[in-house]
Design a protein around this ligand. Sequence first.
Ligand code: S3P
Length: 447
Amino acid sequence: MATSTITLDSTNDHDLLTITPSAGLAVQGQIRVPGDKSISHRALMLGALAQGETQIQGLLLGEDPRSTAACFRAMGATISELNSELVTVQGVGLGQLQEPVDVLDAGNSGTTMRLMLGLLASQPRRFFTVTGDASLRSRPMKRVIHPLQQMGAEIWCRAGGYAPLAVQGQTLKPIHFHSPIASAQVKSCVLLAGLLTEGQTTVTEPALSRDHSERMLRAFGANITVDPETCSATVTGPAQLYGQTVIVPGDISSAAFWLVAAAIVPDSELLIENVGVNPTRTGILEALARMSADVTLENERTVAGEPVADLRVRSSQLQACTIEGDLIPRLIDEIPILAVAATMAQGTTVIRDAAELRVKESDRLAVMAAQLTRLGAKVTELPDGLEITGGAPLTGAAVDSHTDHRIAMSLAIAALAASGTTTIQRAEAAAISYPDFTTTLAQVCQS
Ligand code: S3P
């Protein structure tokens, strides 16, 4: 029987990933996924703000954390090379970020730009300019600029609220911000601005978004309280942060690609070790359970304040389901790969309340609808979601990541369930959150 082939060709700064699954393909083995992206950013930032040394184990060595590290180095923090999963940070002390002599570049990373903005806006007497790549410069920043302006921040942006941004740091005043969207980036931005602000800064959101900032701020010594009932978090400033040891669990958003791969490719079984299962992130597990996927959590434990487990997944016939409401913020980054799962489910899967996907690294609703349609899937784009009728056979085709890491990887998994050859253009985008994605793909694709 022919074996599957997976090849990566680099030309003109772009990678073309070519995947031809064999008829007998199964996804098998025991793997680990890279460190959680959200926790990696926060560990670098809080380490840079703390007094003393922070040691980070398991840091994601992807492009996004490299952008965060570069920005904070430019403001005086000493951060070891990001070439080993053990990274040390010598912090400057809260309020002591230096004025950078050049523009801060957040690259492709919305988390870097939005969280950092809260810190910059609250550093009195310092001036900062911030930019990012073409994708980031087209993503909305008013959502963080407005609450910071309510706190007294001075921020300039392009018309419409886009980067490049300029910030004149100020002493801010505390607010109670009622965020119109459930966004951990907005919440974290305001809470970080509250660290140097005297009094209580509170954020209330319409549904609970990931709470890594709250957990890590507490571990670094900030006075922070949360009220899960009202989806509120309060920081009391001025705070002082002290260097810590942070152990970063594997990223459930990266594990999601393998969960779906093993779920949809017949005769598969995969063990994914050391995955973060913080309840604000496990919406993907709930959605897959609703779809009758066979996923079990083993060896559940708590590591450095974050819940962690090994995930075992076996293939099964998936069923369609509806994904909407408060579940959306808990699986916001997993919707592209859930759309792939839906193409293999019996019935019509409906994803709603997910208009936020239009302002991620790409318009993920439009891009996934177009790319899955190229592969033969039955997809209808809704204003705030997707409707996918499973069961249409997928056929290999030329598809494109639109430079979005999660699209690149989702399409690679879809290719495993397609007959013939799929080529994924601009596949290098995967390195934003998963530099070894193709290596692991080849490793788990047996025969
Ligand atoms: C993130 C929050 C989410 C998520 C992003 C990372 C974070 O964005 O999509 O990949 O680390 O805070 P929003 O908070 O804007 O939904």
